[in-house]
Design a protein around this ligand. Structure first.
Ligand SMILES: [Fe+2]
Ligand SMILES: [Fe+2]
Length: 345
């Protein structure tokens, strides 16, 4: 069964309203009639309309003004103006300028009425179909974008896991660093986009370790000075691996890989950058990484208790760590504890 078009008919003359209703029988329209244009406007505003018939001479409001008001919230609905003066071109012109779609002359001729209304009804149905199609396409595009984003996130986590494959640091460390980094970014008041970016990019901080010889990476015991110099290059190697990528996540990963061992006071590596010269994401991941490393068990050390790790963050504010980032972290220890609990090895 065809869907009936919601149609509004406005005329101060009840006889004319009835005439329009009678002539519309057997057309796919469902007419609501109003003798008061203000009541009709209210109805259209709240319930919408697919077709509108309007008289031009009404005591409360001129038909042209009525059309202007309807157009303000219904830019595309077909409006048919019923005029009594067949050859008043000035009126028709102003009605067209206001947004009238079609005219019918009184006295109404049933055959002409049906033909014109059928035309307007087809126009409206085509508009509605296009709208439906646009919505459907929008939905499809949204779905496709979500799938692509999920795949990118999946690829990033595989890359993060590959980076830790030979590293004594564990997968749980990687995901805690991601969570701590996102928490800090959020509490610093950074955008939703930045939080998402750092969450997926932080796991790449040590990806450059892929390029460090196993003899150094998995050495049991302290590194010689020369070995440590080689170890330090994991920052530059990681940056090199990621820096030409087009993905925002990989670009952020390259920045983090390069700068996560810089220290706020300028004593870090590889470049000894100071303060705000160190990229924000690098300063954030530096704290998250160190905090989680001291809280984790390593072959050469037991995990620190939380209080001792938090004390280290406090002592190192302004030295190793950006003081603002340290403060934000220390202010949100409940959430820090929760991350530590929820993502344990
Ligand atoms: Fe590192
Ligand atoms: Fe790490």
């Amino acid at each position: 069964m065809p869907v009936k078009l919601k149609t509004v008919s406005v005329d101060d003359n009840e006889v004319n309203l009835m005439l329009v209703e009678t002539m519309s029988k057997n057309l796919d329209v469902d007419i609501t009639s109003f003798s008061n244009p203000l009541a009709a406007l209210k109805h259209i505003e709240s319930s919408g309309a697919d077709l509108v018939f309007v008289d031009y001479m009404m005591p409360e409001m001129h038909g042209v003004d009525f059309i202007k008001r309807v157009r303000a919230f219904c830019p595309d609905v077909p409006i048919i103006m019923i005029t009594a003066v067949a050859d008043d071109n000035a009126l028709k012109l102003s009605a067209i300028e206001a947004g009238a779609t079609e005219f019918l002359n009184k006295p109404l001729n049933p055959a002409e009425f049906r033909a014109r209304v059928a035309n307007m009804a087809s126009l409206r149905k085509a508009q509605l179909m296009l709208k439906d199609r646009a919505l459907l396409l929008e939905d499809e595009v949204d779905k496709a974008v979500r799938i692509i984003r999920d795949r990118e996130h999946e690829a990033l986590s595989v890359l993060g896991r590959a980076a830790e494959y030979k590293d004594p640091e564990t997968g749980a460390h990687i995901s805690r660093v991601a969570h701590y980094s996102r928490l800090i970014t959020e509490k610093l008041g950074e955008s939703e986009e930045s939080r998402d970016l750092i969450f997926y990019a932080a796991p790449l901080h040590d990806i450059g370790k892929i390029g460090i010889p196993d003899s150094i990476l998995t050495k049991n015991g302290p590194l010689t000075e020369e070995e440590f110099e080689i170890m330090k290059t994991h920052t530059i190697k990681g940056c090199e691996m990621l820096k030409d990528a087009r993905s925002h996540y990989l670009k952020a990963g390259s920045v983090i890989a390069l700068s996560h061992h810089e220290r706020f006071d300028g004593t870090g590596y590889p470049y000894g950058l100071k303060g705000a010269d160190i990229p924000l994401f690098g300063r954030i991941v530096a704290l998250a990484d160190v905090f989680d490393a001291v809280m984790s068990k390593r072959p050469y050390k037991e995990p620190w208790p939380m209080e001792k790790a938090l004390e280290l963050i406090y002592e190192q504010r302004g030295l190793h760590f950006d003081p603002d980032i340290a403060d934000v972290f220390l202010k949100n220890t409940d959430e820090v504890r929760k991350i530590h609990r929820d993502y344990s090895d």
